[in-house]
Design a protein around this ligand. Structure first.
Ligand code: HEC
Length: 158
């Protein structure tokens, strides 16, 4: 009798595992936003078109770490602009190279150089898998331009 229960238990486990793995796997959007939040991209960038999902991911991340997100995290003035249309402007190859080392992409004006320096400290430090998840999501963002009026572009034209 015990043996039967054991077998049923094992069978249930086997059935549950692929389901759990699938749920964790998540969608392109979920995986991308997770990296966007964990790597703190949101401290300088908005994605207005998916703001609700990003806020939810921030809350989940803060909870999983057992920390409160400081008010300043969400109130900080984004310096990198909005990325809601980045998928219409840039492809995976460009994004991958840029994120690994953004400095050379910045204009040589004093203001932009200052931003580049700040940005340089934020070279992407995650794994290749994380960078893949991030860029796979970024290229799906084709919502049209949602940039704040008056946003000054600091990147060289390609
Ligand atoms: C310290 C602030 C800062 C952080 C953190 C930051 N960025 Fe940026 N990012 C910038 C600035 C400044 C620019 C240049 C924006 C401009 O002038 O067009 C930029 C540009 C970009 C661009 C190019 C935008 C365009 O219009 O072509 C992408 C894509 C980007 N960042 C993605 C990310 C991602 C993804 C992360 C997280 C891994 C991140 N950034 C973290 C400041 C930041």
């Amino acid at each position: 009798m015990v043996q039967v229960f054991r077998n049923v238990y094992i069978l249930a486990l086997l059935l549950a595992i692929p389901g759990a793995a699938f749920a964790q796997d998540g969608s392109v959007q979920e995986k991308g936003i997770t990296v966007f939040v964990e790597k703190r991209c949101y401290t300088c960038h908005t994605v207005k078109a998916e703001a609700a999902q990003i806020e939810a991911a921030k809350a989940a991340f803060a909870k999983s770490k057992g920390v409160e997100l400081k008010e300043s995290d969400s109130d900080k003035e984004p310096k990198g602009g909005d990325l809601s249309n980045i998928g219409a402007e840039k492809d995976t190859a460009w994004l991958t190279t840029f994120l690994k080392d953004p400095k050379d992409y910045f204009l040589d004006t004093p203001e932009c150089k200052k931003l580049a320096k700040q940005k340089d400290r934020k070279k992407f430090k995650g794994s290749d898998a994380e960078l893949n998840d991030l860029t796979a999501w970024l290229v799906t963002l084709k919502y049209g331009d949602m940039q704040e009026p008056g946003f000054e572009n600091c990147l060289k034209e390609e």
